[in-house]
Design a protein around this ligand. Structure first.
Ligand SMILES: CC(C)(COP(=O)(O)OP(=O)(O)OC[C@H]1O[C@@H](n2cnc3c(N)ncnc32)[C@H](O)[C@@H]1OP(=O)(O)O)[C@@H](O)C(=O)NCCC(=O)NCCS
Length: 208
C-alpha cells in the first residue's frame, strides 16, 4: 500500500501504542499528534502539534486520515465522530505482526495490535480495539467501540456488544454473548451470557 499521512489524536499510553503500530506498519506517514491537554512535546519522536483545535489546519495541509487513540471506549467513539465530521477518514489499523483470517472484516478505525489474531469470518466493528496478543476466533462479532485488552481470548462464535470492555487475559467460551457496555474483569473466564452494562469477574465469571 502507498504511504498515507495520518494524524493521531491522543498522546497518552494508548496513543503511544497506536503510534508504535503506525511506525511499524510502513503504510502511513505520521503527520503528528494532537491531544485534548498536551503535556509532552513528542511521543516516540512524533511531535505533539497542539490540541484538537489544530486538527482542521492539519487536514487542510493534506493529511486525510486520522485516528482517535483514546483508551476509554465512549470517548474514543465520540472523538472518532468529531474527526469524521471535520473531514478525516478513519482507516482500520493493523500491526504487521497481527494475523487476519480469510473473510475477517474490520470497521472504520478498528485497531488490531501486535500479535493479535482475528480468525476467519470474524467481524470487528468501527473503532473497536483488539489489543496486543488478543485472539478473536472464527465467526466472532465484536461491535463498535468494544475493547479486548491484551491477551483476551474469544472462542468461536462469541458476540461482544458495543463499548464492552474485556480486561487483560479474560477468556470467553464459544458462542457466549456479552452485552453492550459490559465490563469483564482481568483474568475472568466467561462461561455464560453477560447482560448489558453488567460487570463480572472471576473463574467462572460472576456479577459483582
Ligand atoms: C473488574 C474491574 C473493572 C473492577 O474494577 P473496580 O470497579 O475499580 O473494582 P475494585 O478494584 O474496587 O475491586 C472490587 C472488588 O473486585 C475484586 N476484583 C477486582 N478486579 C478483579 C478481577 N479482575 N478478578 C477478580 N476479582 C477482582 C477486588 O478484589 C475487590 O474485591 P473485594 O470487594 O472483595 O475487596 C477491574 O479490577 C479489572 O479487572 N479491570 C481490567 C483492567 C484491564 O485489564 N485493563 C486493560 C487495559 S489495556
Amino acid at each position: 500500500m502507498a504511504e498515507r499521512a495520518i494524524l493521531v489524536l491522543g498522546a497518552g499510553g494508548h496513543g503511544k501504542a497506536v503510534l508504535d503500530l503506525l511506525l511499524a506498519s510502513g503504510d502511513f506517514v505520521v503527520a503528528g499528534v494532537v491531544d485534548a491537554a498536551p503535556r509532552v512535546a513528542s511521543v516516540l519522536g512524533i511531535a505533539v502539534l497542539g490540541d484538537e483545535a489544530a486538527a482542521p489546519r492539519i487536514l487542510a495541509e493534506g493529511v486525510g486520515d486520522a485516528h482517535p487513540a483514546i483508551g476509554a471506549n465512549a470517548a474514543r467513539l465520540s472523538a472518532g465522530a468529531r474527526l469524521e465530521a471535520m473531514g478525516f477518514a478513519l482507516p482500520a489499523l493493523v500491526h504487521p505482526s497481527a494475523v487476519l483470517g480469510r473473510g475477517a472484516t474490520l470497521g472504520a478505525g478498528a485497531v488490531v495490535m501486535a500479535r493479535a489474531v482475528v480468525g476467519p469470518d470474524a467481524s470487528i466493528g468501527r473503532l473497536a480495539l483488539i489489543n496486543t496478543g488478543a485472539i478473536v476466533e472464527h465467526d466472532c462479532v465484536v461491535e463498535e467501540g468494544a475493547h479486548l485488552a491484551p491477551g483476551v481470548v474469544l472462542a468461536g462464535g462469541v458476540r461482544v456488544g458495543a463499548r464492552a470492555m474485556l480486561g487483560a487475559g479474560a477468556v470467553v467460551l464459544p458462542a457466549v454473548s456479552i452485552g453492550a457496555d459490559a465490563i469483564i474483569g482481568a483474568g475472568a473466564a466467561v462461561i455464560a451470557d453477560v447482560a448489558p452494562g453488567l460487570t463480572v469477574t472471576g473463574v467462572p465469571a460472576r456479577a459483582v
